[in-house]
Design a protein around this ligand. Structure first.
Ligand SMILES: [Mg+2]
Length: 413
């Protein structure tokens, strides 16, 4: 079924949804009619009347340790949310770091001039990106992923991105490998069936050899304790090429799902790593492209990533040395992610936008995954945020089930 056909079948009477005359569920039950042009007409009937900001703070389920390079992460970060109210009473909200002065010019603008269902947020309105996705979805009574064409699965695999070097916590009495297993257990009980383990302890946390041994022991312990779960690992570029080869050889039988940023990406290193992986039978995907050394100014089609950086990754992907691109959700930008995905698909490379470390971001990435496809797994962040109601979502058998509620389906309480 093509997208146009799909939208025709599923789009509903937007004005009715936004005005609250029908509940979203009722609206869906009576779904019929409008096509893209009537969606545009409906969005054009709304003008932005008011914008407000709110500070939110996440609460992880535990104190999260450090990765190979940084400091102990802690218990959750703070950020700003922006809520838009239209003159017809429709609302939408999302994380948005811009100051009120930087977006006040949009007061009075027609939503239809700032947002298009097929193209997303216009270039001029990019500072309201994501907030407008939620607003448009609410007005049209469509989940974001359906506005995007529902090309991916409606249940999106999540991995826990919160399993850090928890063996080294607490600092005065480190728990050792059990600390990591406890973190995995906690996330398993929350519904996760995939864990990404931080590795690279020998970079600065432990002596080089002891750190490597611990990386290997932790990986083997998690694989043994959670045989049905996916295990991913992330070195944050802390290994040398030789260390990465030692590591994959020692865990070749652990059926790793992916190896993220083993060392700073380079052709010779990745050729060597692949050679060793082939020899020892390690079939893990190689995931790259989160870390950047330079910020693009002006922005590129890939947001804050420079063309040099992006071109190099595509060259590596063309040689099958990199399988998954991890560009950050926010550095690229939500709408830009929609626009670049066809290029990734054409290049035969998968995506998994980096979401760490704010809790709403995995929901945005999951809607993107269900909407545009080509995202086999999303980085999840276990925890809760005081002020955000996520109850429309269910994490079932490791998969986040997309709700039928409009917009992102997250409520600001
Ligand atoms: Mg990473």
């Amino acid at each position: 079924m093509n997208r146009r056909h799909f939208l025709k079948l599923t789009a509903v009477a937007g004005a009715a949804c936004a005005s609250g005359r029908l509940s979203p569920t009722e609206s869906h039950a009576r779904a019929s009619a409008p096509n893209l042009s009537s969606a545009a007409r409906t969005l054009g009937e709304h003008r932005i009347a008011k914008m407000e900001v709110r500070r939110l703070r996440d609460q992880f389920g535990r104190r999260v340790g450090a990765n190979s390079r940084g400091r102990v992460v802690g218990t959750g970060g703070a950020y700003q949310a922006r809520r838009i109210v239209t003159d017809k009473g429709a609302t939408g909200w999302a994380m948005s770091h811009w100051k009120p002065d930087q977006v006040k010019q949009f007061i009075g603008a027609r939503v239809g001039d700032l947002y298009d269902v097929e193209q997303g947020t216009t270039v001029e309105a990019m500072k309201l990106d994501r907030v407008l996705d939620d607003l448009a979805g609410n007005i049209l009574c469509l989940p974001v992923y359906k506005m995007f064409g529902a090309r991916g699965p409606a249940s999106v695999p999540l991995y826990s991105g919160a399993v850090y070097l928890d063996d080294l916590l607490p600092e005065d009495k480190p728990r050792g490998i059990d600390g990591v297993l406890q973190s995995c257990r906690q996330d398993y009980e929350a519904g996760y069936r995939a864990f990404k383990l931080k590795i690279g302890r020998g970079f600065k946390r432990m002596p080089r050899k002891a750190g490597m041994k611990r990386d290997i022991d932790v990986t083997r312990a998690v694989r043994r304790s959670f045989p049905e779960c996916k295990v991913l690992v992330d070195a944050n570029d802390a290994y040398t090429v030789a260390e990465a080869c030692t590591y994959v050889t020692a865990v070749a039988d652990c059926d790793l799902y992916w190896i993220e940023e083993p060392f700073e990406e380079n052709r010779e290193g990745l050729l060597k790593l692949h050679e060793v992986m082939d020899k020892v039978g390690c079939k893990a995907l190689i995931a790259e492209g989160e870390g950047r050394k330079a910020q693009a100014d002006p922005l590129t089609a890939y947001g804050g990533y420079t063309s040099e950086f992006i071109d190099r990754l595509y060259e590596l992907a063309a040689e099958k040395l990199v399988d998954v691109f991890l560009f950050d959700l926010g550095i690229v930008g939500f709408t830009r992610w929609r626009h670049i995905m066809p290029s990734l698909i054409a290049a035969g490379v998968k995506a998994s936008p980096h979401t760490w470390m704010w809790l709403p971001r995995p929901y945005y990435a999951a809607q993107l995954a269900a909407g545009v496809g080509n995202i086999p797994i999303v980085e999840g962040i276990p925890g809760a945020t005081n002020g955000i109601d996520t109850s429309a979502y269910r994490l079932r058998n490791g998969e986040l089930v997309m709700p039928e509620t409009p917009g992102f389906g997250l409520k600001l309480s």
